[in-house]
Design a protein around this ligand. Structure first.
Ligand code: B3K
Ligand code: ZN
Length: 869
């Protein structure tokens, strides 16, 4: 049974011993792996109390333990399920611990495990304690020397962090390598890889002239899918130098792509391990979205080298210290590489569609959580993305240059240390001169603030009144006011800016601002660029929204005005349907606004596609206290069909104008062109327009790239018939040997809008092309269904919930982290109307009766604890 002890941030105690040097020795054999650790330690002067030492260890077989070369006797230590305690140790000593582990049968994808033919590690958050007994906490930072010995033909490539200082043969058929990492690091950044790997190489010269050897390893045969990742790495290295003045600090930067990985990638010092899904990108196998994902994840992991590795977290409650800041840096990088407006729109969508629901549900927690049972459950959208938005607000208030100077100050002040979010905020204050006393509440409180904006125009004066209120969350009621920047601009009725943009700093429950000299009542564009992670409601007419949609100088606000127009119509219709009334039709002004948009499209084609895309079901659901999935689905379908019918000729023209005519290049113009093409096809498919099927099949067959091919395939997705079946079968034949492409095939079927979608998923679960032990396959099929096929998943007969719960039980036995993530989809039952709320809760109860991992137990319990309302 797993231990389910809750850990509290307030209970932090410094480590009793510091470890200066760690020598690890891995003896890899087919049946077992022996790991020996020699730790040179000394008493931590900051720690008082008994000189006992706690070493974490899970699922380990202890072989021996010795202090300064003398075997420890049974009385000197005690072993339990989660580690080992040494009762008394000298002030300074060398501790030697030897363990035996079984990576071959480790399906949890934590610690040392096998992915295909590759042995690799994943240590963050606490996977190191599955390798050897050690104080598995980020504030114990040591320099590592690692020796790996293994079979030479099975594992010709041996890798660990730092520089390779020695290699050679040992016993017949075996060889070894020794690595020394000159930088002190926490054990979560340790990595080891052994395998028979293909390689692509490049190099990078830093601003100060240091030559860095860049290597990217993958299973043989995939090398040609790795060039975009390598190019992205070089872009990221150059960007970090140009923007933050940060140069890479080791002689080599090594990346290894593995197919079985629980998340996107891991920033181990000098030796990143990546999910192949975040490395592979070739035009015939990857879409534009994949190309962008690879670029951004590669950059994210690279940026961690400073924000995370050189300066790390004192304890895991501080996770956003490295993740929020690194996501923010990644976001800025992405904005600089692509179309700034559309890139920002993508970030805003994630916050609204995924983070807001988390913040309003049973799993709501502050960016810096106060307690947890399983840390791996807290790698959340709140810690990552809301954490990044919080940083963005600081940058917004300080100004970009002052913010960058402040980050440099923080990194210099704390280089080589394990610190807290408070240390970061203090460094920001010291460098920028900002007073962040009240701002700190963003780290301490969960929940999304709701802002209300009212405006009054009297004589020639405009009064803007902003008020804020944050709803209660499970552990946090009656929240105080937040300190946040609200960017605004004022427009006249011709769409010209008459004031701003400027930032209003809201820090009270209610505040007023006055703008004089305005003869006519202006139109207020507010929360421009999504300047704070809040919900804004603003009394605005449809005509005003349409005007901003056509003229606002901020692309995010233009898009947002369009979203507000759609949303109002959708909410009215869904509310009517939910109440059993007649459907409500959308106002004429909405269709006029679409016509104006089609007549005067923005130069940035991707922005056009974004503005033509209806808010997702998740975003519509967020507008309701209780979510009625069927009513929302029907309203969204109806509006989509209505738009498609009215503008079918325009969509045909758009499809013609944006069909492929030049060879594929992944750039802003090309990706924008393909976005519009896919969007036009999607509208035409909604009404099964004459000629659409031929057009889609043609795109599928003739495209020189996966993006256009998927546009064709997606358009046929919900249109039963011979075309769909033929194209799907062709796809599966063509890409049978490309697991990541087959994930698209699985996902497409899992997201097909059909009443029997759950049966399709069950059939695919049994298909040979599916592999339950591989997280990418599971995410494509089960994640695709539960997240991407909202109506089928939430069917009133609960068949979707039963399917998910069945698979969670099966998965929990092998991969608790992934099982817990899926269980999170059942947890917010209280947000739904009946019968959904009952169906979800019933499956949570069913799960609760089983013996579960600590990961899944924590999620299920928090879901069930939610008030019935
Ligand atoms: N730091 C890792 C995530 C580790 C997740 C552990 N369950 C990847 C990243 O955020 O860059
Ligand atoms: Zn990260």
């Amino acid at each position: 049974m797993s231990q389910t002890l809750r850990k509290y941030r307030a209970d932090y105690q410094p480590p009793t011993y510091l470890i200066d040097e760690v020598a690890l020795d891995f003896d890899i054999r087919d049946d077992r792996t022996r790991v020996r650790g020699d730790y040179r330690m000394r008493r931590n002067p900051a720690s008082h109390g008994r000189p006992a030492l706690r070493l974490d260890g899970r699922g380990l077989t202890l072989v021996s333990i010795a202090v300064d070369g003398r075997m420890a006797s049974d009385e000197e230590y005690a072993v339990d399920d989660t580690g080992l305690t040494l009762f008394e140790l000298p002030q300074a000593c060398t501790l030697t611990v030897e363990t035996s582990i079984d990576p071959e049968h480790n399906l949890s994808l934590e610690g040392l495990y096998r992915s295909g033919d590759i042995l690799c590690t994943q240590c963050e958050a606490t996977g190191f304690s599955r390798i050897v007994y050690f104080p598995d906490r980020p504030d114990v930072m040591a320099r590592y020397r690692t020796r790996i010995e293994a079979d030479a033909s099975r594992y010709p490539v041996l890798l660990s962090n730092g520089n390779c200082v020695e290699t050679g043969p040992t016993d017949p058929g075996r060889h070894y390598a020794v690595f020394v990492d000159p930088f002190a690091k926490p054990c979560y950044l340790f990595a080891l890889v052994a395998g028979d790997l293909g390689l692509i190489r490049d190099h990078y010269t830093t601003g100060s002239g240091r030559e860095v050897d860049l290597r990217l390893y993958t299973e043989h045969g995939n090398e040609d899918q790795c060039h975009h990742a390598m190019a992205s790495l070089k872009q990221a290295m150059a960007w970090d130098e140009a923007t933050y003045g940060l140069e890479y600090d080791l002689d080599s930067y090594v990346t290894v792509a593995v197919s079985s990985f629980n998340m996107g990638a891991m920033e181990n010092k000098g030796l990143n391990v990546f999910n192949t899904a975040c490395v592979f990108a070739r035009q015939d196998t990857a879409t534009d979205a994949d190309f962008a994902l690879v670029r951004d994840v590669v950059a994210h992991e690279y940026f961690h080298n400073y924000t995370g590795n050189r300066v790390t977290c004192r304890d895991w409650f501080q996770l956003s210290l490295k993740e929020g800041l690194t996501v923010y840096r990644e976001h800025q990088f992405a904005v600089d590489q692509g179309s700034p407006g559309v890139t920002r729109i993508g970030q805003v969508r994630t916050i609204r569609e995924v983070q807001f629901p988390e913040d309003g549900g049973p799993r709501a927690h502050p960016v810096r959580p106060d307690s947890y049972v399983e840390m791996d459950n807290f790698y959340t959208i709140t810690v990552y993305e809301k954490g990044a938005e919080v940083i963005r607000m600081i940058a917004r208030m300080a100004g970009d240059d002052a913010f960058i100077a402040a980050v440099r100050h923080y990194l210099a002040k704390h280089d080589g240390q394990a610190v807290t979010i408070e240390d970061f905020v203090v460094a920001m204050e010291e460098s920028t001169g900002l007073d962040l006393e009240q701002f700190r509440r963003w780290y301490a409180h969960a929940g999304t603030p709701h802002l209300r904006l009212d405006s009054d125009h009297v004589a020639d004066t405009l009064t803007l009144r902003l008020s804020q209120h944050t709803p209660d969350t499970p552990d946090d009621r009656d929240k105080p006011a937040f300190d946040l920047p609200v960017e605004i601009a004022l427009f006249d009725h011709r769409g010209e800016v008459v004031r701003g943009p400027e930032v209003l700093r809201l820090n009270q429950a209610e505040q007023e601002w006055q703008f004089e000299g305005l003869h006519e009542a202006p139109i207020v564009s507010a929360l421009r660029g999504f300047s704070a992670p809040v919900q804004l409601s603003q009394a605005q007419s449809d005509t005003e929204r349409a005007l901003l949609m056509a003229h606002d100088s901020d692309p995010v606000s233009r898009w947002d005005a369009a979203q507000a127009l759609y949303l109002e119509a959708l909410v009215a219709d869904a509310s009517a349907r939910s109440a059993g009334q007649d459907a409500a039709s959308a106002p004429a002004v909405l269709f006029e606004a679409i016509e104006t948009l089609l007549d005067n499209p923005p130069d940035d084609r991707a922005l056009l596609a974004e503005m033509l895309t209806l808010p997702s079901e998740a975003r519509i659901g967020e507008q309701f206290e209780r979510i009625d999935v069927a009513a929302i689905g029907a309203a969204r379908r109806e509006l989509g069909t209505d738009i498609a019918r009215r503008f079918s000729a325009r969509f045909e023209r758009l499809a013609d104008e944006h069909a492929a005519c030049e060879p594929y290049v992944f750039d802003v113009a090309g990706a924008g062109r393909r976005r519009v093409f896919a969007c036009a096809l999607d509208y035409l498919a909604r009404i099964d327009a004459p000629g659409l099927r031929e057009r889609a099949v043609d795109a599928f067959e003739r495209a020189d790239n996966m993006t256009d091919r998927m546009a064709g395939l997606s358009a046929l997705r919900d249109l039963p018939g011979a075309e769909r079946e033929r194209v799907l079968a062709d796809f599966a034949r063509r890409w049978a040997d490309e697991p990541l492409v087959m994930d698209k095939w699985l996902r497409l079927q899992a997201t097909t809008r059909r009443d029997d979608a759950a049966d399709t998923v069950r059939r695919l679960l049994a298909d040979d092309r599916f592999d339950f032990t591989n997280p990418n396959r599971v995410r494509a099929l089960l994640g695709g269904f539960a997240r991407g096929n909202v109506e089928a998943f939430h069917r009133g007969d609960a068949s979707g919930y039963r399917l998910l719960a069945d698979e969670i039980v099966r998965l929990d036995a092998i991969n608790p982290q992934l099982a817990a993530a899926l269980a999170g989809l059942l947890a917010p039952w209280a947000r739904y109307v009946a019968p959904q709320r009952d169906g979800m809760r019933e499956q949570l109860n069913r799960l609760s009766e089983r013996s579960l991992s600590a990961n899944t137990r924590e999620i299920v319990d928090s879901g069930l604890a939610a008030a019935a309302g």
